[in-house]
Design a protein around this ligand. Structure first.
Ligand code: AMP
Length: 447
């Protein structure tokens, strides 16, 4: 199958070629035809599947003709990074179409956005809060909207955006095409989907492709030795760009400081940063100046950096889905990647859940030359990792939400390359690169 199959206008195909896409990804194959036909779509898919182009290409095709100087499509996204990424995709794919897009999010000045809105872009990509601000000021008019895209609905729910989204819905016409994307579909998300979609085509895309290029390992360690173990691991592992996940903003900042002090080119991405500093950290990471980016789940959402060789979970994620999201940042575009997770004695439930979702017992590793017995010399308060870890559990979505978003299968031939579980790990084993897989999938082979 090629992009010609969709009968997209040549000017849109030109953007596809410029983006370097050869073969449509599974979600593009399934979603583009019904979207072109004007149908509503419910897409169970996440970042990394190519879902952005699945809705952007038909949108560009449709907007080549028809009324100008009015907002014809609204794409709602949870984070500014994702909004910016979608906007950039529209610019790349639509470079020959003349269809204009603008991104709208908080943390930056509102006036430049107002000015761009006055020029009448056809597509607005927005985070809910700032969009409501514009709606309140009357600086954006959605009354002529033809297409509404709600992207990463589960993430927006987690971030408490549903009331905002319902208010936004009051400003858009009832007669419209709606596309709704979510990696998981627990009840509250299903309820919103039912309210906004009319007779939708449902498309479900597993996330086998990115996972197939990633090998996984767990590193059991006491809470107070995590930083030391991480440093040791980094010292022994042949890495390119490394994305490290922490449970909280504070821990991201703390770890960034320690890594920087140890001489690593590190930066952190967390909610407390100014927009300028976020962008500096992100572009530094994308361009390779920052080798290690420490981030929280929310801050890292939707980050599309193809050269990430390692994702390291300094703290376990709060749900198996979050694990899949995190590791989805490595092993992209035919590259192989490794996912390391540091686990403490309190993380048993999550470890079992990760084993379950990956369909195998993930390899447990120990570093041969690391002193696992070092006592905790910190204050009593700090030395209570159990409480901290347990407290973190309550924040995530319930694990029952995995029912729909769960990947179907993960093959684990990588275990052959990495040896059996619980074996002490030598330096040479640390340096070994995982097998190259995933070439069989459309997404990866075309990239
Ligand atoms: P998304 O899931 O939309 O965030 O896309 C994930 C990555 O896949 C992005 O870097 C896209 O540029 C890339 N991509 C999307 N569609 C294709 C395709 N058909 N072939 C190759 N890469 C693609």
């Amino acid at each position: 199958m090629t992009f010609q199959t969709f009968k997209l206008n040549e000017r849109v195909i030109d953007g596809v070629v410029k983006a370097g896409y050869v073969t449509p990804t599974p979600i593009q194959t399934k979603a583009i035809p019904p979207v072109m036909d004007g149908r509503d779509v419910m897409g169970l898919a996440q970042t990394g599947t190519g879902k952005t182009a699945a809705f952007v290409l038909p949108m560009l095709h449709r907007f080549l003709d028809g009324p100008s100087k009015r907002v014809r499509a609204l794409i709602i996204a949870p984070t500014r990074e994702l909004a910016e990424q979608i906007h950039e995709s529209i610019e790349t794919l639509g470079r020959q179409t003349g269809v204009r897009s603008i991104s709208i999010y908080g943390g930056v000045g509102i006036n430049p956005q107002i000015q761009k809105l006055r020029q009448g872009p056809a597509i607005v990509v927005a985070c809910p809060g700032r969009l409501l601000d514009h709606l309140g000021r009357g600086t954006v008019d959605l009354s002529n909207l033809e297409m509404l895209v709600i992207d990463e609905a589960d993430q927006m729910f987690d971030m408490g955006f549903f009331p905002d989204i319902r208010r936004i819905l009051g400003h858009v016409p009832k007669q419209r095409q709606t596309l709704f994307f979510s990696a998981t579909m627990p009840d509250p998300i299903h309820l919103l989907a039912k309210d906004v979609l009319r007779d939708p085509v449902t498309i479900r895309i597993g996330i086998q492709a990115p996972a197939d290029t990633v090998s996984h390992a767990l590193y059991p360690v006491a809470q107070h030795l995590k930083t030391a173990l991480l440093m040791k691991l980094l010292g022994q592992t042949d890495t390119n760009s490394v994305l490290v996940f922490t449970r909280t903003k504070h821990r991201a900042k703390m770890l960034d400081r320690k890594l920087t002090a140890a001489g690593y080119e590190a930066a952190s991405l967390q909610g407390n940063l100014s927009q300028n500093r976020r962008q500096a950290a992100l572009s530094g990471f994308k361009e390779g100046r920052v080798r290690i980016l420490v981030a929280t789940d929310i801050a890292a959402r939707g980050i599309d950096v193809t050269r990430v060789s390692h994702v390291i979970n300094y703290d376990v994620p709060s749900t198996p889905e979050a694990y899949i999201h995190r590791i989805g940042r490595t092993g992209r575009a035919s590259e192989t990647g490794e996912a390391f997770t540091l686990v403490t004695g309190d993380d048993g439930d999550m470890v079992r859940a990760i084993d379950r979702v990956l369909g195998t017992r993930v390899e447990r590793r120990q570093l041969a030359d690391f002193d696992y017995g070092l006592p905790d010399t910190r204050s009593t308060q700090n030395a209570s990792p159990r409480a901290a870890v347990n407290a973190s559990r309550g924040n995530g979505r319930s694990s029952s939400s995995q029912a729909n978003g769960k990947p179907k299968t993960f093959s684990h031939s990588r275990n052959a390359a990495h040896g059996t579980a619980s074996r002490p790990t030598s330096t040479s084993r640390q340096k070994r690169r995982p097998q190259r897989w995933g070439e069989s999938t459309a997404v990866r082979s075309a990239a």
